[in-house]
Design a protein around this ligand. Sequence first.
Ligand SMILES: [Zn+2]
Length: 297
Amino acid sequence: MVSESSILNTVPELPEVETIARGLDKRVAGDAVESVWIGSRQQPLKSPPAVIALTLEGKRIVRVHRAGKHIVFDLQGDATAKKSTRVGRGQSRQAASLPTAQWIVHLGMTGRMVVCEPAADLAKHTHLIAKLASGRELRFIDPRMFGKLSVHAGDFDPGGVEPLEVSEEQFVALFRGRKTPIKSALLNQKLLRGVGNIYADESLFRAGIRPRRRAAAITRENLGKLHRAVREVLREAIALGGSSISDYVDADGEEGFFQFQHRVYGREGEPCLACRTKIRRVVLAGRSSHYCSNCQK
Ligand SMILES: [Zn+2]
């Protein structure tokens, strides 16, 4: 088992996924998938392998974007004769003739998407290779196999609301009557999609709220602060990520995520950057939470 500290900066959260999706969009939008190879490991495949292959093959990648912590490839193209036999029974004739589909990739903890030349070394734990019309390959690699690959006929909805799009009113309403700690509520993907452990801790610090505070007991004013803090933290991290896109997506070796300046996350025992009080760590629902007992109430 890998300890949490060793994966401190590698588990992709919303800003990392946004960065990766933008990098992929820059590289493969407009390209087309000619053929697909899928490995024998079943764990990462959330749609049957044959369906994944048939959905991707012959499709043009219109756009790559993020939904929550998922990477979404919008696909377009002629449904081949082969494909039409694969259309689910519940779909109408019209839907079946629509040439659009989506390929959804969740990176889990260690998943990576690499765009490379076919001659590039095949990394261990490569689960999917899409041969592109441009001659390049798009590969999905995941040593620990918490990543997920699936295809969708319609518009994929990961649930929850986008933290970067949610209004203050909507945000406040999410936590109304919730007896869980605010940290747990922030991590609840059915409420906000894509906020993970690191950015939840960082947002709570900036808003001056302790992670264990009951969500329902937080004042309207403080929830307003938290709303601003979440968006600020995510936007800053995305802005930082923008400069390291190429490092991440192209590399097939030891690339890492950009360094977001953590003020509390992973800084247990170190002085608070605002007041020098030692940062504390508590475990909430199995996840580490870091906070300053002086700055956060
Ligand atoms: Zn402090």
